[in-house]
Ligand binder design. Sequence first.
Ligand SMILES: *Cc1c(COP(=O)(O)O)cnc(C)c1O
Length: 481
Amino acid sequence: MIVRLSNGREIPVEMHKIKIVQKIDLLPVDQRLKAIEEGGYNTFSLKSRDIFIDMLTDSGTNAMSDNQLGAMMVSDNAYAGCETFYKLASAIEDVLGLKYVLPTHQGRASEHLIAKVFIKPGDVIPMNYHFTTTRAHFELAGGKVLEIYADEALNTQSTNLFKGNIDLQKLNDVIEKYSRDKIPFVRMEATTNLLGGQPFSMENLKRVKEICTAHKIPLLMDATLISENSYFIKMRERGYENRTVAEIIKETIGLTDIIYMSARKNSSARGGLIATNNKEFYERIKPWLPVYEGFLTYGGISFEQMEAMAVGIREMTDISVAGSVPEQVKYFVERCVEKKIPVVTPPGGLACHVDAKLFLPHLPQSQYPAGALAAAIYIVSGVRSMERGTISMDRDQDGKEVYSDLELARLAIPRRVYTMSHIEFVVDRLDWLYNHRNLVGGLKFVEEPPVLRFFFGRLEPLDNWGVKLAEAFKKEFGAKY
Ligand SMILES: *Cc1c(COP(=O)(O)O)cnc(C)c1O
């Protein structure tokens, strides 16, 4: 809940108390430098024990509620027809209004099955924006991703409240150009992850649905971050102020033909699913579920996690759960803006994204500014962020670099895990780094995997800038921090 203090400042107040904790340590700067060197200047290679505040991702790192933990104790482990599955199915029907459920082991597994069943070579898939694993699966099936966002979506210094909207004119143009038999579906992603966690509006979704219906093209939704998108509609869209998050979720899903999600995010569990009211779609995917995932009533998810998912899906409709990340992100972003640190605005529903092109204007994209920034943030703070820039793009077939639209260091906020003082600490160290940004240099690959290179790639700092940055930091804060 956001409350206004007597000095006028608005702060997010956590609507939960902490029952179980995990200890963390802040290593001294010399040890952090050693850790990032050993990890090839790639934050994916850091060990959890070397990290102070882990903002790599919100995937599978969220705090569960006591009710979720309790439910895990009563799971029914029957291979077929387990009670746990029917609890999940009933949560999906109550919360999303969908009758047919296909559980999968995680979000990308849902993408794999959807791509396998619906996409044929030569197809095009219009969408508001891609997600890394979505693009990989759709392209592996022979499809081509067409991003049809409004130009404003790539403006990181924006006041547009719905940068996740589809550009309707572009959607009409694409349908006219390719015709409907080359378009298996239109994909809309809630709280568009790679645009900085930016929502679409209900108004836009309704227009997209009208166009899809007119051309008999199904509308698919990546509903992984549906509760944050619904929270934003409530807070930002006229006419929705007095609607509950639960009502908005149902209205949103009601406009789609089929959805999938990762349960690692909104429902604070581990798993995924596909759901629909279209019996034909359901029957087409169903035979493949036991081939790739597991039997229909567990889909590769552990039974304990499926119980936690069933509870988590109901709890994500609570405004204090749906709002927990957007409210912390808002505070985080506003504090950065006060200190003139270039971050993506308006605040999204996932993370504080630092704009590395503006933070490190002296670095060309060929030297991976977002990757350099993520490494530098770790060296000066022990905070782990994720590169979302050119390193996250793979080279094209001719081996040429594909420069990313945006160069972002993403500081994701896991749900109900960190507190205000953690965020204040990160803002302080970002501020110091911004004032010493000339010390941060570029990176070059020393080991480069052929696909999804951001996971396992190893890089080196040009001119050994990491050592100089650590020295400057020590001079100011001492060797202990
Ligand atoms: C995380 C995510 C996925 C993939 O889900 P996994 O469970 O990590 O496989 C797909 N789409 C979006 C929008 C996501 O945020």
